[in-house]
Design a protein around this ligand. Structure first.
Ligand SMILES: NC(=O)N[C@@H](CC(=O)O)C(=O)O
Ligand SMILES: [Zn+2]
Ligand SMILES: [Zn+2]
Length: 430
């Protein structure tokens, strides 16, 4: 079966956009070039990219799909559609579900729903400990055999060093990664936003930078001791970047991700006590923001993830004291990164695409994130020419908890393909 995507553009080595057509054969990339129709090949399907940017399908190593347990927020079906609408073709789903998939049996149940309902590739994380409580380790071998992608307690930190150490020993023996939400609860003091001038003026309890960074410092030393691949979720502070940079210099196998919201917004952008500005980790200071940007540029931070964290209107539409932590991100990540960083000349298009495709794939050895000949035909196409306000009525997600609604962005997705099959298109969905 031959398929053609014509009238596209790709970034070349000099960061220039060049005209290309893409030939898909039997679910793989067969050729990238021009004028394939004139070679006499019969194409079963032809798609017009309308002059849009073609990239490898984006890879998001951090999403929350809420099924089973919290399907009023999101399901595997709606979450994967949201991912497809954002140009993502491979996503890694967090295990803060109900029940937590802490046994092979429970994990397999989630995977069955993924097989049935997901329109993109979904890799499911298993937890580090039973029920995400920092007490009893899960059965690492059984969960690996059942297809766990990696181990993480995202949503909560692992509170005791000894538990983390033993978890790392289990994971490294199986060549699996430990992925960490780092948050020392004894340093939380009921905080709901970044601790600083803004939290003071809003009269809200603050979360110190040390709450995150001190646990990263602990864990990189444990990663050195055990030799495990230790990946850090949603890095948000300057001290975290410094510790990771130092760990990498020391040869420790540590990798890290950062989210668009921490790159784009700071606590000073929070206009009031509004639930949609509440996420964990919180929006930090402009100094932290600058350190995150520098960390990406010098390779300390490896990749961009969304931490897509859907919640219902009721759970979010209240004071930060009560609202749930988290914002949705799948459907806005690329367009925000393009508009805020590429258009403004802070990052090149190639850098942003790499941080959302090749780099996360490299961190976890995934067969994704490339348009090389023979690669899986996982592809996204975006409109770089027209800007549109972010409109939650168009969201595929069940949720709309994001402070970015109404923001004008370029780089909206036109089409998304998984293994050569078109799974989402703007035309069909509007
Ligand atoms: N990021 C968030 O604020 N919330 C996430 C949990 C997490 O990623 O820590 C969630 O599950 O809602
Ligand atoms: Zn987290
Ligand atoms: Zn998360």
């Amino acid at each position: 079966m031959n398929k053609l995507i014509k009238n596209g553009k790709m970034v070349d080595k000099n960061n220039q956009l060049v005209d290309v057509d893409l030939w898909i054969k039997d679910q793989k990339i067969n050729a990238v070039g021009r004028n394939f129709e004139q070679t006499g090949v019969h194409f079963d399907e032809v798609y017009d990219a309308q002059g849009g940017l073609i990239t490898p399908g984006l890879v998001d190593v951090h999403v929350h799909f809420r099924e089973p347990g919290f399907t009023h927020k999101e399901t595997i079906e709606t979450g994967s559609k949201a991912a497809a609408r954002g140009g993502f073709t491979t996503v890694c789903a967090m295990p803060n579900l109900n029940p937590v998939p802490d046994t092979a049996e429970k994990l397999v149940k989630v995977q069955k729903i993924i097989e049935r309902d997901a329109c993109v590739k979904v890799l499911q994380y298993a937890p580090i400990t039973e029920e995400l409580r920092s007490e009893t380790l899960v059965n690492y071998q059984a969960l690996k055999d059942a297809g766990a992608f990696a181990f993480t307690n995202d949503g909560v930190g692992v509170q005791t060093a000894g538990t983390m150490y033993l978890a790392m020993k289990e994971a490294v023996a199986l060549n699996m990664a430990i992925v960490a939400h780092t948050e020392d609860e004894s340093l939380l003091f009921g905080g709901v936003m970044h601790k600083g001038k803004v939290s003071e003026s809003l009269g809200l309890p603050g979360i110190m930078n040390a709450t995150e960074a001190s646990q990263i410092a602990r864990d990189v030393i444990l990663a050195e001791e055990t030799g495990v691949h230790y990946h850090i979720c949603h890095v948000s502070t300057e001290a975290s970047v410094r510790v990771i940079r130092d760990a990498k210099k020391a040869g420790i196998h540590v990798t890290a991700e950062v989210c668009p919201h921490h790159l784009i917004l700071t606590d000073e952008d929070i206009p009031g006590d509004i639930g949609n500005y509440k996420m964990n980790p919180p929006l930090r200071s402009s100094r932290d923001q600058a350190a995150l940007i520098e960390g990406l540029l010098d390779g300390t931070i490896d990749c961009i993830s969304t931490d897509h964290a859907p919640h219902s209107h009721e759970e979010k539409n209240q004071s930060m004291r009560k609202a749930a932590f988290g914002i949705v991100g799948s459907e806005t990540a690329f367009s925000l990164m393009y508009t805020e960083f590429v258009e403004k000349g802070i990052f090149t298009l190639e850098q942003v695409v790499d941080w959302m495709t090749k780099k996360p794939a490299e961190v976890f050895n995934l067969e994704a994130g490339t348009l090389q000949i023979g690669a899986n035909a996982d592809i996204a196409i975006y409109d770089l020419n027209h800007s549109e306000p972010i409109d939650d009525r168009k969201f595929e997600s069940k949720a709309n908890n994001t402070p970015f609604i109404g923001k004008e962005v370029k780089g909206n997705t036109l089409m998304t393909f998984v293994n050569g099959q078109r799974v989402w298109s703007k035309e069909d969905s509007e």
